[in-house]
Design a binder for this molecule. Structure first.
Ligand code: UTP
Length: 279
């Protein structure tokens, strides 16, 4: 079954400058926890214990976060502050962490390909940690997707309905409805203008990919700005085999920009921090 989860985290995070000048976007705190920790917790909840992170220059804080800090542990040992580290300790106990570096930021597709040596020849999940996903009603989004993978055994992308004026920010799909909230993907367009968009169903930062995606990414020509998009490789996969798009249950916050970040902060403060579930 799926055990591995890849976190591409090498991007520049330009929408959040200057905060992201010397600090990885994935380490931005939503209330008291960095974005990447929310993502790893979601992965662990879905049974994915082998965490692989694609980092880049200036991203060492990510590795330090998923490690023991002896001085700190020693300092708070036996005090009531120990509760603050319960969540991160659980991740360190139950997950393994491995890293590789993307030396040139050539897009999400390229970042995923950079993670290939950590993944090997097996299906794996991908989480873009700046998309914070929560579902207060039940299973987390990755858990929902892993269940679907068990049923369909093919690539699954998470989608949500977006305002038709916003399609230029996303990969957008066209597909045939095959079940509750499930589409078999027929077509996919990267960042279309509203008039060119095949629908308002946008791909967000959760994927389960079968390993043939790596070869398809290798065959993908760089597009705008020399970036290799994942959408192009997914499109080929959809044409040759099967890609399923899943309208997940829950809420997604785009924490790569100020508006979504503030919404996420208010939400997490209300539902996790104030209720004592934030550690
Ligand atoms: P984004 O499109 O959000 O790019 O990447 P970005 O550079 O992080 O942010 P902006 O748009 O400049 O503000 C989506 C995800 O893919 C990763 C990012 O770290 C983010 O998690 N990524 C993107 C890479 O790992 N490498 C890349 O070359 C590009």
């Amino acid at each position: 079954m799926i055990k591995k989860c890849l976190f591409p985290a090498a991007g520049y995070g330009t929408r959040f400058l200057p905060a992201t000048k010397a600090m990885p976007k994935e380490m931005l705190p939503v209330v008291n926890k960095p974005l990447i920790q929310y993502g790893v917790e979601e992965a662990l909840d879905a049974g994915l214990t082998e965490i692989s992170i694609v980092t880049g220059r200036g991203k060492r804080a990510l590795e330090d976060h998923f490690d023991i800090s002896y001085e700190l542990e020693n300092q708070i040992k036996g005090t009531d502050k120990e509760k603050y580290l319960v969540g991160i300790r659980k991740l360190l106990d139950e997950c393994s962490f491995s890293y590789t570096r993307q030396t040139e930021m050539k897009g999400l597709g390229h970042a995923i390909l950079t993670g290939r040596p950590l993944i090997g020849d097996e299906p794996f999940a991908v989480v873009l940690a700046d998309d914070l996903c929560v579902n207060l009603e039940g299973d987390g989004v990755l858990t929902q997707m892993v269940k679907l993978y068990k049923q369909y055994r093919c690539t699954i992308v998470a989608i949500q309905e977006v305002d038709p004026q916003e399609t230029h920010k996303y990969g957008v799909i066209a597909g045939d409805l095959i079940g509750d909230d499930l589409y078999r993907v027929r077509n996919m367009v990267e960042k279309p203008k509203p008039e060119d968009a095949p629908s308002n169903l946008a791909i967000i930062g959760r994927y389960i990919l079968t390993p043939d995606i790596f070869k398809l990414i290798e065959e993908t020509e760089p597009g705008k700005g020399g970036e290799i998009q994942i959408t192009d490789a997914l499109m080929k996969q959809a044409q040759d085999g099967c890609v399923i798009a899943y309208k997940f249950k829950g809420t997604r916050f785009d924490c790569g920009g100020a508006e979504g970040y503030i919404e996420a902060t208010n939400f997490c403060f209300e539902h996790f921090y104030k209720t004592g579930k934030a550690y």
